[in-house]
Design a protein around this ligand. Sequence first.
Ligand SMILES: NC(=O)c1ccc[n+]([C@@H]2O[C@H](COP(=O)([O-])OP(=O)(O)OC[C@H]3O[C@@H](n4cnc5c(N)ncnc54)[C@H](OP(=O)(O)O)[C@@H]3O)[C@@H](O)[C@H]2O)c1
Length: 348
Amino acid sequence: MLAFEVLVRYFSRFWPQVERQSLSSQQMRKAIPTIPCGQLQMPMIGLGTWQATDPAEFEAALNLAFDIGYRHIDTAAFYENEHIIGKIINQWICSEKLKRDDLFIVTKLPIQGIHRDRVEKYLCQSLQKLGLQCLDLYLIHFPYGKTESTKELVYEKEDHKGIWQAMERQVEAGRTKTIGLSNFSISQIDNILKFCKIKPANHQIEVHVFLQQPDLVQFCQKNGIGVTAYSPLGSPHFNKFLKHIGMKERNLVNVLTNPVVGEIAKKHCKSNAQVALRFLIQRNLAVIPKSTTPARLKSNFDLFDFCLTDQEMKKIETLDIGEEARICDWMFFPKIDEHPAYPFRKKC
Ligand SMILES: NC(=O)c1ccc[n+]([C@@H]2O[C@H](COP(=O)([O-])OP(=O)(O)OC[C@H]3O[C@@H](n4cnc5c(N)ncnc54)[C@H](OP(=O)(O)O)[C@@H]3O)[C@@H](O)[C@H]2O)c1
């Protein structure tokens, strides 16, 4: 499948421009490689949207993204931008430039909704903001929630059975086609697999060249759960976010200036970002780089006309330093790591 898509993309540059422009939306979606997501196919490249909240900038980015060919959009109630995405989707569908079925829309249950009695309420809110009847994929954003009250922060007990059953009811009610997880550990997923009626279709986790998570990825893939890599470029805006919320900046890994990635990129006449994304795609992961910068939106999508050799893949594999490289540890929620179900290994 992937090799075929590489060939199609490669030869498509020689097709007359007019022919490329006349590709219908459906054909465009078909041309993007996919991974299975339950009964659906998820485009391997999606648009990340965390911190894309400036309406004018984000609307322009979404319009350009749809023009370029992005069809998979990743958002979350937590990102507070579902209404902007809904507005642009609606414009594209009303003007008949896109059909609903051309799109793959993912959003997530916010931390205050991670409770068996609140799943439906938060999913309905997301649908309303997105202006959709049904999602393609709904994810539980984190393994446990917090109480709804914003006055004091109290984390809920882990209740995966009750919450997953509430998620399954959303599929049965037609509010989402598939359901999945984000930031769960192997043992937490294993437990869900024991009682679920509907298997998680996708697991969204932090994966980039410095945090490759081979065991978790392999566990998911072996069990037929597709994996989406978040922060695939190492989230270079993360410190800006920490500063914005008054937290101390951290010493973070830098994917975009790494010389090993840079050397491989030079050989292929590609950027570090493209090689970092291509590495993940060749591991059969979907990637959701966030950008609102036109040139980067374009280049991040341009991943299917080159292939990393086995030797190059192995070279990048050596960059994995594991947990130490984790960026999104969710510590922006105070004392979240004191919960017994905290899914990441604590730093000493
Ligand atoms: N499930 C979860 O818990 C979770 C957690 C984190 C993220 N996510 C999802 O994953 C998405 C991606 O992760 P992320 O936003 O943390 O980080 P990322 O995609 O690794 O990096 C995004 C940052 O890199 C910049 N950038 C994008 N393309 C670039 C390029 N080609 N060259 C140089 N810089 C580039 C962007 O800036 P510009 O926008 O200025 O171009 C932005 O600052 C999120 O947006 C969100 O949808 C999910």
